[in-house]
Write a protein that binds this ligand. Structure first.
Ligand SMILES: [Zn+2]
Length: 158
């Protein structure tokens, strides 16, 4: 049986997929909760994908969660768009290069904003800052600032 939180995540993620990630409509996506340093992560394993969700997100609003899923699904789309060489390069560099990880996070945020979820991303990051100093610090290290998100969102609307 699936818990009520996972049901809610699934529903919100589905709505984001149907609207903005049509290639994922028939893909099996497994949602799991797990305590870890980050808000979440996504792994694209070809036939299926896994989205890991920090339980702190249980208290986040639907809008904030739309921002979260748009970001995680953007990682999956970015991975899908890589050719084999780029995939191998990604897998070998990701764990070892901080610069590379930051580049991936910023790329996923950019895609999130271009798909029309800039306000949702803004709300998500702002809420996450308020959860703890640790989350604020980690998010500030690898994502655009709130002002930068606002600026990029305005720019994307033009
Ligand atoms: Zn990310």
């Amino acid at each position: 049986m699936m818990g009520k939180h996972l049901k809610r995540y699934r529903r919100i993620s589905k709505s984001v997929i149907n609207k903005s990630f049509p290639f994922l409509k028939n893909r099996k996506i497994i949602y799991i909760e797990g305590k870890f340093k980050y808000l979440g992560n996504a792994k694209n394993l070809g036939f299926f994908a896994i989205v890991k969700i920090n339980p702190i997100l249980r208290n986040f609003s639907d809008k904030e969660l739309r921002g979260f899923f748009a970001h995680e699904l953007s990682h999956i789309q970015r991975h899908k768009e890589r050719n084999l060489f780029e995939k191998l390069s990604f897998i070998t560099r990701y764990p070892f290069s901080r610069k590379f990880r930051i580049q991936e996070e910023k790329g996923a945020d950019k895609m999130t904003i271009e798909k029309g979820y800039g306000n949702e991303l803004y709300a998500l990051i702002k809420k996450a800052y308020s959860v703890s100093k640790g989350h604020e610090k980690r998010l500030k290290a690898s994502h655009p600032s709130l002002n930068e998100i606002k600026r990029l969102t305005k720019k994307a609307k033009k």
